[in-house]
Design a protein around this ligand. Structure first.
Ligand code: FES
Length: 113
């Protein structure tokens, strides 16, 4: 079953900056755009750069390594929008930001497969 886990307090997420958290071994980049919150895998599609450490302009984060840009709302690469960084469903509960951990462990299945 998918389940939601708390990853941050709303006050910890500031527009214009990403925040990197580790949840159950996954590195996740959190972003705030106005009063909405988004979560992407903290792994750039190019060479795996840490997207959560990139500069954020509006809803676009620029990878700190070589400058690829992604829409934080969808994970889409701005040049080829069908290429997407995996994203997580986000829900707000009181002052907390939660993300959905999908059922099935992708890390384990990629190791065994
Ligand atoms: S690793 Fe992100 S642009 Fe190269």
């Amino acid at each position: 079953m998918p389940r939601f886990v708390k990853v941050a307090e709303k006050k910890d997420l500031i527009e214009g900056y990403g925040k990197v958290v580790t949840v159950e071994g996954r590195s996740i980049a959190l972003f705030r755009v106005k009063d909405e919150y988004f979560a992407l895998a903290n792994v750039c599609l190019h060479r795996g750069g840490p997207l959560g450490e990139g500069v954020v302009n509006g809803a676009v984060v620029t990878c700190p390594w070589h400058g690829w840009k992604f829409d934080v709302r969808t994970g889409s690469f701005t040049v080829i929008p069908t290429l997407k960084v995996p994203s997580y469903k986000v829900k707000e509960e009181d002052d907390s930001v939660m993300i959905e951990i999908p059922s099935g462990d992708k890390i384990a299945s990629s190791l065994s497969g």
